[in-house]
Design a protein around this ligand. Structure first.
Ligand code: HEC
Length: 160
């Protein structure tokens, strides 16, 4: 009984902690999806277009002109005929049409990792709040991609 109530208290403390920390928590989650989704391979660790030379080069997303819906579509559906892969689970089916296509993935369309609707939304939100329009990278912005660590070696070159 006593240990059960301790557990409940611990759960409450953790729950409240997460709620208080939610803005940065949401951003960290977006950055995690960025890293785990393989976006960094082509677009660079900080989405600035300086990806791994072993992969096709993706553009600098800090300079994208796309609004929310087109940004989401590019990520979910990819760009047929280019190196931009699709990432929505079930893309190009009736459940998740892409460019009006429901009959399956068109030829020359690259496949990326399958992201859930929620992961896609979180990633798009992260790109809109922390990447698009931020061509000049600050230490704090770099830290978002490095677990929130302002002292991360990868961020040392950026101004505070
Ligand atoms: C294999 C390389 C590769 C990977 C992996 C990749 N991209 Fe791309 N991405 C590209 C290329 C190349 C383009 C340019 C496509 C074109 O010519 O229209 C692009 C275009 C985009 C665009 C459109 C930009 C604009 O302004 O038109 C967005 C947004 C984007 N990528 C986001 C992402 C995200 C988010 C991920 C990870 C979930 C990702 N990409 C993974 C290569 C890649």
């Amino acid at each position: 009984m006593r240990s059960t109530s301790r557990l409940v208290v611990a759960g409450l403390v953790i729950g409240v902690g997460l709620a208080v920390a939610s803005p940065s928590f949401a951003q960290a989650t977006g950055a995690n999806i960025w890293a785990k989704g393989g976006c960094a391979d082509c677009h660079g660790n900080l989405a600035a277009g300086d990806g791994d030379p072993a992969y096709p080069q993706g553009p600098n997303l800090r300079r994208t002109a796309l609004q929310r819906a087109d940004l989401r579509e590019a990520i979910a559906c990819g760009r047929p005929g280019t190196d931009m892969p699709y990432h929505a689970a079930g893309a190009y089916t009736a459940a998740t049409p892409c460019f009006g296509i429901t009959a399956g993935v068109p030829p020359a369309t690259r496949k990326g990792g399958a992201l859930s609707v929620q992961d896609l939304d979180t990633l798009v939100e992260f790109l809109l709040t922390s990447v698009k329009g931020q061509a000049r990278i600050t230490r704090a912005n770099c830290a978002l991609f490095n677990g929130g660590d302002l002292e991360a070696p990868a961020c040392a070159e950026f101004p505070r």
